[in-house]
Design a protein around this ligand. Structure first.
Ligand code: GLN
Length: 199
């Protein structure tokens, strides 16, 4: 079965995610209209600028549509700004966007000197370290009981999963390593097999 993954294409690193997904054999398309969601088994919300992505999501009706998508049991993967968009709480009192994942996030959390850096990270569920690129990255300050921590970097949570929601602070699409994309596609495969895939 071919898995169809959409990449929300309002702003941010869209093409890079599409390339990473195609590399592992998934069908990947940019998503610009809410009507496209019905054809998908999973959705990636890319990195970029979360305030801008959130604003455009409100403008084009994506907030409600993506909440329904999640309620239908379809997987969503938020990377960097996409992680912020998924969070229920943004430190500093900023209005949450989708408010789906039970976690508090801190934007631009790694300080100025470490604005952008690369490292090898252990991620639960992936059998070898993956290369991770951090760019003005957020961190996950705390998670609710239903959230599983998948990766910690220097004491900070940088990847987590809540059921069919997956989030990471870094940019997995900026390396040749598609391991985390493969992890997400497997989530979408599983969801599709259990009856919540695209019709
Ligand atoms: N700093 C951005 C934000 O707060 C996220 C950065 C990224 O996606 N690379 O929205």
């Amino acid at each position: 079965m071919t898995i169809h993954i959409g990449v929300l294409a309002l702003q941010g690193a869209v093409e890079e995610h599409i390339r990473s997904l195609r590399r592992i054999g998934a069908e990947a398309v940019p998503v610009k209209r809410v009507e496209q969601l019905g054809e998908l088994h999973g959705l990636v919300i890319p990195g970029g600028e979360s305030t801008t992505i959130g604003k455009l999501m409100r403008k084009y009706g994506f907030i409600e549509a993506i909440r329904r998508f999640a309620a239908d049991g379809k997987p969503i993967f938020g990377t960097c700004a996409g992680l912020i968009v998924l969070a229920k709480r943004i430190e500093g009192g900023e209005e949450p966007h989708l408010g789906l994942m039970d976690m508090t996030v801190v934007r631009n959390a790694f300080g100025r000197q470490r604005e952008s850096f690369e490292t090898d990270l252990e991620v639960a569920g992936i059998d070898r370290p993956i290369r991770a690129v951090f760019i003005r990255a957020p961190l996950i300050k705390e998670v609710g009981p239903g959230v599983e921590v998948l990766s910690v970097y220097r004491g900070e949570i940088v990847a987590a999963r809540q059921g069919r929601l997956l989030a990471c602070s870094f940019h997995p699409e900026l390396t040749d390593d598609s391991a985390l994309h493969a992890y997400f596609v497997a989530m979408a495969e599983e969801a599709a097999a259990s009856g919540s895939g695209a019709k």
